[in-house]
Unconditional design. Structure first.
Length: 398
């Protein structure tokens, strides 16, 4: 009985060891003396103790660039209408009437009322935004809509120090503004020389809801977005959280360079839904340079009104694909009209660079300095032809 029992036990043990060996081999382990069955809890603890590899940390870049980002506080002046509030006028009294002096004193005491010496007292509001230093001598970039109608502007640095700022210049068409604070040796950041690629990691820093020094991260979601904000829309779309108060703040790449200025969000509810838009660094560089040098932006003008080339229009005029800008009108005595551009022409290239859509033409012409010449490649009556013209200065209000 003992021999049979021992043999049976040995068979069962050998069978179990064989199964354990197979399991160990499947799991990538090895079989040896002193086999220990794996403990899932131990495996979980070991995996938790291992550092996660290949995930980016933004701590180093944030430590470098965050001191250059500021909160922008703006006092906005609104003068009340003459027709608002209580009204008062001097009664029609004979000269020398005893009550004349009384009413005159009342009027002078409350000069804002109708009939007094001036308007109603000025009313002030406040807006908040963000910005960043681009030079050690105190130049700050922000959005035009942040400082629009400002009577006073202050910037608060990352260390809590508050400084008065002066508006050097604004450009409503790109929604950019340049400020200046007195002082030197400010921390500053540089604009990126290369545009961000779709999928690149980016970090936004700003003052959302007045919470200065807030950092969010995401990726570049898209490029060349036209959201109807202005005639030169060419936004970078990012999914880093951007909210009210982030306007004018920077978006950085992982090298600590500014790839865009946060300007707008898509938000049916008023809060962040993961779609934000930033002005590309290339645009910021060009506009800020002009604002710093001249206080305003001068753009090229050729004098054409354009419309998009649809698929149907392309087929009608013999273009192989829907591209270019269809001339709806060549303004009389404008540079284009003088060069022979006609209504119905399609501009398909500027200085040899293709025009894919009407806004491409607007952007390219706007970047040409007045007085310079450029060539337009036209599609007319089924053929290409080229005209040369001298670019004029864009009239105010256009």
């Amino acid at each position: 009985m003992m021999n049979k029992a021992s043999a049976s036990f040995r068979k069962r043990t050998a069978k179990w060891l064989g199964a354990a060996a197979v399991a160990a081999l499947i799991a990538g382990g090895s079989v040896g003396t002193g086999l220990v069955a794996p403990n899932p809890a131990h495996a979980e603890l070991r995996s938790m103790s291992q550092p996660v590899q290949n995930l980016p940390s933004f701590a180093d870049v944030i430590e470098r660039v965050k001191p250059a980002v500021v909160a922008v506080k703006v006092k906005v002046q609104n003068v009340a209408s003459r027709d608002e509030g209580p009204q008062f006028s001097m009664p029609d009294l004979p000269q020398g009437h005893p009550m004349e002096r009384f009413f005159r004193q009342f009027r002078d005491q409350f000069p804002g009322e109708r009939g007094g010496r001036g308007h109603r007292p000025r009313q002030f509001g406040q807006s908040l935004g963000s910005g960043f230093f681009i030079s050690a001598d105190g130049y700050v970039v922000t959005n035009n809509h942040v400082v629009d109608n400002a009577s006073e502007v202050q910037v608060t640095m990352d260390d809590g120090k508050t400084l008065d700022a002066k508006v050097i210049g604004t450009d409503p068409k790109t929604d950019l503004a340049l400020l200046k604070v007195e002082g030197s040796d400010f921390p500053y950041v540089r604009l990126a020389g290369q545009k961000a690629r779709i999928g690149d990691w980016v970090v936004a820093i700003g003052n959302p809801f007045g919470l200065g020094g807030t950092v969010t991260a995401g990726i570049v979601s898209a490029q060349h977005r036209d959201i109807g904000a202005g005639p030169y829309d060419d936004f970078i779309q990012i999914d880093a959280s951007v909210n009210k108060g982030n306007s004018g703040g920077p978006t950085f790449n992982l090298s600590g360079e500014v790839v865009g200025v946060n300007t707008a969000i898509f938000s049916p509810s008023g809060g962040n839904v993961g779609i934000a838009f930033a002005i590309p660094a290339s645009t910021v560089d060009r506009i800020v340079t002009e604002l710093k040098d001249k206080g305003s932006v001068t753009r090229g003008f050729i004098g054409v009104q354009m419309q998009p080339v649809t698929k149907e229009i392309a087929e009608a005029i013999g273009l192989k694909e829907a591209k270019g800008a269809l001339v709806a009108e060549a303004i009389k005595d404008g540079p284009a009209a003088k060069a022979g551009v006609r209504t119905g022409d399609t501009i398909i290239a500027v200085d040899g660079e293709p025009i894919n859509e009407a806004k491409d033409l607007s952007r390219k012409v706007a970047q040409v300095a007045p007085g310079k010449t450029l060539s337009l490649t036209l599609w007319r009556e089924g053929k290409e032809r080229t005209v040369t013209l001298e670019v004029a200065s864009q009239p105010k209000g256009v």
